[in-house]
Design a protein around this ligand. Structure first.
Ligand SMILES: NC(=O)c1ccc[n+]([C@@H]2O[C@H](COP(=O)([O-])OP(=O)(O)OC[C@H]3O[C@@H](n4cnc5c(N)ncnc54)[C@H](OP(=O)(O)O)[C@@H]3O)[C@@H](O)[C@H]2O)c1
Length: 170
């Protein structure tokens, strides 16, 4: 399993259950990478999607509500992050993506092999954060590509971090 996330300079990822930066290239890359695979997310992230489940992907949503899927066609539910991992085990590990939000990242990041981080060089108020991988010795910066700017002039790049201490339940 790999994680994918878009962060600001201080590793902010969201506010009021919305993303912090509009970055079309990042959205296209996210779609391209995850298409045909499995996406694992928390219930709040799922509810932030404007059009329900992500099309062309297996959507696994973590919630304590065991009946949540009854009212939300097109998703599978897991009542814990570990149950989500078990469900995803049927799929090839390189096609399983942890896509947020803060609570799911914190719980399942140790099981990820790589983390693809879109680094937006901007600082804006946030109420949800990603762990700072630059300050975590378990994570090594592997490569940086695609430096560019959004139409609003926000510089960004795509960094890949590798987990040197991956837990092997996946
Ligand atoms: N920048 C990015 O790349 C990115 C990506 C994704 C999300 N985000 C942002 O992240 C923020 C949302 O993060 P969040 O942490 O508030 O929400 P979240 O992780 O998306 O969802 C939290 C929910 O997941 C369920 N959950 C979490 N841990 C669980 C556990 N151990 N057992 C059972 N269920 C569990 C609970 O659902 P129930 O309450 O239903 O039990 C919980 O309320 C938003 O601002 C969003 O925009 C940013």
């Amino acid at each position: 399993m790999n994680a994918i996330v878009s962060v600001t300079q201080d590793w902010g990822i969201g506010k009021n259950n919305r993303l912090l930066v509009r970055n079309r290239e990042d959205m296209l890359r996210f779609k391209q990478l995850t298409m045909g695979g499995t996406v694992v997310m928390g219930r709040k992230t799922f509810e932030s999607f404007p059009a329900g489940p992500l099309k062309g992907r297996r959507n696994i949503v973590v919630t304590r509500d065991a009946h949540y899927a009854d009212a939300h066609p097109g998703i599978e539910c897991a009542t814990s992050p570990m149950e989500a991992l078990l469900l995803a085990k049927a799929d090839s590990a390189d096609k399983v993506w942890l896509i947020g939000g803060e609570s799911l990242y914190r719980e399942l990041l140790p099981y990820c092999e790589r983390c693809l981080v879109t680094r937006n060089q901007v600082s804006v108020p946030a109420d949800a954060y990603f762990p700072n991988l630059d300050e975590d010795s378990a994570w090594e910066l592997e490569c940086v590509e695609g430096s560019s700017q959004t139409p609003e002039g926000i510089p960004y790049d795509f960094a890949t971090y590798r987990n040197l201490d991956q837990r092997d339940s996946y």
